[in-house]
Structures are given as structure tokens and as C-alpha cells.
Design a protein around this ligand. Structure first.
Ligand SMILES: [Zn+2]
Length: 278
């Protein structure tokens, strides 16, 4: 008797969560086709854009991550919350920017092809290359993905307009919020990649960009020790890692509690580097 009441209560709770998800989906496009340019993901935003994250937190109750209930699995899939595979750190949190259509498998870069990147140094701090190279090294070490520095560029195509199918190098640059609106407010950086189908049902990132806030990086209020984690965070977005609600991870939405990748970040990056080569 008590069991049945508990089951009903649980079913009702799940229905509420799914309804909340549908609303979120309508508002934020969680179920959008992966075959589009990834929308920029601000590192630090406050206000309406974070409305959905309270729901994520609500979902992270005991049993949610391990339940085999198909409804729970659907919620996990919709949010891109992965059950950590055997061998990973138990309970480590990570999510992905985009998934293959109808699958929990993430979209990422081809691990067998170097990710070529170029840097626009206009508006950058003096030691810009050190920031970039450090992040490249850290993401590469965690994922196994290989990066290749092409050189400096004048391009300011931060919206990735044009021929992404021609696989132009990833663009890394600095801008003000006047030039690049997604940096408005308390956003220190924005990054993301564009996916294209490589065969039916399977998409891959072909290029991307990392845009950092000129004012933040030029401000004497921040030290290199505080700025490097911002670049690391953005490079993790670039290769496919999304936010989690966990102050122990560098991909935490707020992202202020730690300065290095956490266990979940590292596990997520490892998965992105272990995708099939094509
Ligand atoms: Zn972010």
C-alpha cells in the first residue's frame, strides 16, 4: 500500500520534471538540431538565462543519476547528464554542449585530426599566447585531442559566418561587448563550435571560436592566476563540454570556486577525446 503511494508520488514528481523540461526546451532550445552553429555559451551570466539551472539542481537528487527508470533516463538524456561509465570517477559531473540526434553520445571534434586554431591578438593582453597555449595543453592532456597553432590572423568572424564546411581554423580572440554582444554583462568569455553531419546520424565539430573579454583581461583587478581558468573553461566549451551545477568543477555555471579542471571536467574531456575517428 505504502509502496504504491510512493510509486504514484514518484510518477507525479517525474511528470512535473518533464513538464518543466518541455518549458525549458521551448525557451532554450535544448532539443535543437545539432547540425547548426553552436550558440555561444557565456561563461558567467546572471539572471533569466539561469532560470533552468534550478531545475537541474532539483533533478540531482539521490538516485537520479543511477536510476534505470526509463523516464529518469529520458530526463538525463534531455539534459545531457551522463551516467559515468565504469572506470570513471564515481559521481563525477559533466555534461555536453550537444548530442548526436536521438542519442546520449556527445558531438565533438575528430580525435584523429588536429584541431587547427589561429589567434587574433587585437585587444589581447601582452601574454595572450601563454594563456592560449596553457589552455590548449591542459585540454589536450585531459582529452588526448591534438591542437595545431596556425598563427596570427586578422579575422574577427566570431559568429562563424560563412563556409564552416571548409573547416577554417578555430578563431581565438579578444573583443569588447560593444563589438561582440554575447560578452555583455558579467561575461568574461564565450566559446563554442559548429557541427556538421559527417554521415547520416553522426555530426562532428568542424570549427569554433573562443572570444575573451578585452576589458576583463586588461583589468588590473585580475591576476593571471584568476584569468587562466577562464580561458581553460572556454577551451573546454570549445571541444564540447557544457556547464554543471557543481562548485568542484571548472565547468560550474558560476565557475569561481576552483582554478583547475575537476574530476568531472576531466572525465568529460576524456570522453570527448575518445569519440570515433572518421
Ligand atoms: Zn561557460
Amino acid at each position: 500500500m505504502g509502496d504504491r503511494r510512493e510509486q504514484r508520488r514518484r510518477a507525479r514528481w517525474m511528470e512535473e520534471q518533464l513538464r518543466a523540461l518541455d518549458r525549458l526546451d521551448a525557451r532554450h532550445g535544448l532539443g535543437a538540431s545539432p547540425f547548426t552553429v553552436a550558440r555561444p555559451r557565456p561563461r558567467r551570466t546572471y539572471g533569466p538565462a539561469l532560470v533552468g539551472l534550478g531545475v537541474v539542481l532539483v533533478l540531482l537528487v539521490a538516485g537520479f543519476l543511477t536510476s534505470t527508470d526509463p523516464q529518469v533516463a529520458r530526463v538525463r538524456e534531455l539534459f545531457g547528464i551522463e551516467v559515468t561509465p565504469t572506470g570513471d570517477v564515481p559521481g563525477a559531473h559533466y555534461t555536453f554542449m550537444q548530442h548526436q540526434q536521438g542519442s546520449p553520445e556527445p558531438i565533438g571534434y575528430d580525435p584523429c585530426t588536429p584541431i587547427r586554431y589561429e589567434v587574433n591578438a587585437a585587444g589581447a593582453p601582452e601574454d595572450y599566447l601563454e594563456y592560449v597555449e596553457t589552455s590548449v595543453e591542459r585540454v589536450s592532456e585531459a582529452s588526448g585531442l591534438v591542437f595545431e597553432y596556425v598563427g596570427l590572423t586578422d579575422s574577427r568572424n566570431f559568429d562563424l559566418d560563412g563556409d564552416v564546411a571548409g573547416r577554417p581554423p578555430v578563431l581565438v580572440g579578444w573583443a569588447t561587448e560593444d563589438e561582440y554582444e554575447p560578452l555583455a554583462g558579467n561575461v568574461a568569455g564565450v566559446a563554442g563550435s559548429a557541427a556538421l553531419p559527417v554521415f547520416p546520424g553522426h555530426a562532428q565539430y568542424v570549427t569554433g571560436r573562443v572570444v575573451l573579454d578585452t576589458e576583463v583581461f586588461g583589468s588590473s583587478a585580475f591576476t593571471g592566476h584568476q584569468l587562466q581558468p577562464i580561458v581553460d573553461h572556454e577551451f573546454a566549451h570549445l571541444v564540447g563540454l557544457d556547464h554543471v551545477e557543481d562548485p568542484g568543477e571548472l565547468m560550474d555555471t558560476d565557475g569561481t570556486a576552483v582554478t583547475r579542471f575537476g574530476e568531472g571536467d576531466l572525465a568529460g574531456l576524456a570522453r570527448l577525446g575518445a569519440l570515433p575517428c572518421l
